[in-house]
Ligand binder design. Structure first.
Ligand SMILES: Nc1nc2c(ncn2[C@@H]2O[C@H](COP(=O)(O)OP(=O)(O)OP(=O)(O)O)[C@@H](O)[C@H]2O)c(=O)[nH]1
Ligand SMILES: [Zn+2]
Length: 325
C-alpha cells in the first residue's frame, strides 16, 4: 500500500474531481465513500489507484480524506446546499454597467461572504460605456461609502472601476494588486465579463481547462461547475471561476443574524432599545432611525440607503418563513 499524498481539488464534476499534486500533475480522483464530499479548493489526501483498477481515464486516484477547511463559501435554498469553493482568501463580485445588475443579488453575495468570514471585493466593469456606467456607479454609492467617511478609516468594501475589454494597463495593475498571492473566487451575473477577466489574467486558461476536460475524458462533461486557475507559474495566485450568482439562497443564515452581516445596519443595531430588535417595527429602533427617506441617499454620513433597508426587510421575511418543503 502506498502512502496517501497531499493534493488540491482544482475542479469538481459530479462524483469525480480533479486533484493537483505538489508537482502540478492533475488527475481524476474518486471519493472513497459514496458521496463526493470534496469541493474545489479543498486540500485532500489521496492515493493512486491500484494498477488495473482505473476506469479507463489513465492515472487515477482515490480521495482518502478531506483536510480541515479554513472556510467554505456556499449558498442554500429550501431544497439544497451548493458549495462554491473552500479555503478562499477573498471573493470578487464582478458586475458591469450592462447588463444592469440586481442589487439584491449583490447584497446576498456580500452577506454570504460576511457570514463565511471571507473578504469581498466589488468590481464594476465596462467603464467605457459612459452613461450606463455612471448610473451603475451611482447605484453602488452605498457600497462605496459603507463604513463612513472618517479620515484615515477605510471603507468597509473596496469597489474598483474597470474596463476589461479595453484593458487599460492602470485597471489591470489595480486589479492585480488586489489579487496577488491570494485565492479569489470570481462571482458575477452572466455577461458581466467573467470569461474576459479569466482570459486576461490567466495565461493559458484554455490550456488549464483543456487539461481538466481531458482528464475528465468526457466530451459529454465539458463544463465543470467550478474551476481553479493559477495566475502564475509559482502557483501562488489563483482565480476560481464559478457559476451561480443567480438564485443566491441564504437559508443557512438566521433571520435574526442578518443585520449583523450587513455592516451599514450593524453599525446601529447595538443602539436599539431592545437587544433582540428585528429592526422592522419596534419602538426605539436605532436602525430604522437611520434609514434615509430619499432613494438616492448614501451611507456617507452613516445613514442606511432606502434600498438596503428594503433588501433587509425582504430577506428577513424570506428567512423567517417556514420551509415549504
Ligand atoms: N464595452 C465593454 N464590453 C465588455 C467589457 N468586458 C467585457 N465586455 C463584453 O461583454 C460581453 C460579456 O463578456 P463575457 O466575458 O463573455 O461575460 P461572462 O460574465 O463570462 O458571461 P457568461 O459567459 O454569460 O457568464 C462580451 O461581449 C465582452 O466582450 C468592457 O470592459 N467593456
Ligand atoms: Zn432595531
Amino acid at each position: 500500500m502506498s502512502a496517501a499524498r497531499e493534493g488540491l481539488v482544482v475542479a469538481s464534476h459530479g462524483r469525480h474531481c480533479v486533484v493537483e499534486s505538489s508537482d502540478g500533475q492533475r488527475r481524476i480522483c474518486h471519493p472513497r465513500g459514496k458521496r463526493n464530499q470534496s469541493v474545489v479548493g479543498d486540500r485532500v489526501l489521496w492515493k493512486p489507484a491500484a494498477p488495473g483498477a482505473s476506469r479507463g481515464h489513465g492515472d487515477e486516484g482515490t480521495i482518502e480524506r478531506v483536510q480541515e477547511r479554513r472556510n467554505l463559501f456556499y449558498r442554500q435554498d429550501e431544497v439544497r446546499t451548493k458549495s462554491f469553493a473552500a479555503n478562499l482568501d477573498q471573493i470578487l463580485i464582478l458586475l458591469a454597467a450592462e447588463p444592469v445588475f440586481s442589487e439584491s443579488q449583490l447584497a446576498r453575495a456580500l452577506i454570504a461572504a460576511e457570514a463565511a468570514g471571507i473578504t469581498p471585493l466589488i468590481a464594476l466593469n465596462k467603464s467605457d460605456l459612459v452613461e450606463p456606467f455612471e448610473r451603475a456607479w451611482q447605484r453602488l454609492l452605498p457600497y462605496r461609502h459603507m463604513g463612513g467617511d472618517t479620515p484615515g478609516q477605510a471603507h468597509h468594501y473596496r469597489v474598483l472601476p474597470l474596463s476589461l475589454a479595453q484593458c487599460a494597463e492602470v485597471d489591470r495593475t489595480a486589479l492585480l494588486a488586489q489579487l496577488q498571492g491570494k485565492a479569489t473566487l470570481v462571482l458575477g451575473p452572466s455577461g458581466a465579463g467573467k470569461s474576459t477577466l479569466v482570459n486576461l489574467l490567466v495565461p493559458g486558461a484554455a490550456a488549464q481547462t483543456g487539461e481538466i476536460s481531458q482528464a475528465l475524458n468526457s466530451g459529454r462533461h465539458t463544463t465543470t461547475s467550478t474551476t481553479w486557475y493559477w495566475m502564475d507559474a509559482e502557483r501562488s495566485t489563483a482565480l476560481i471561476d464559478s457559476p451561480g450568482f443567480q438564485e443566491f439562497g441564504l437559508r443557512h443564515i438566521a433571520a435574526t443574524a442578518l443585520a449583523h452581516h450587513m455592516p451599514d445596519l450593524a453599525a446601529h443595531a447595538g443602539s436599539c432599545r431592545f437587544y433582540n430588535c428585528t429592526h422592522l417595527h419596534e419602538p426605539g429602533c436605532a436602525v430604522r432611525a437611520q434609514v434615509a427617506d430619499a432613494a438616492d441617499a448614501t451611507c456617507q454620513d452613516g445613514t442606511i440607503s432606502a434600498n438596503r433597508y428594503r433588501i433587509y426587510a425582504e430577506l428577513f421575511e424570506e428567512l423567517s418563513a417556514a420551509p415549504r418543503y
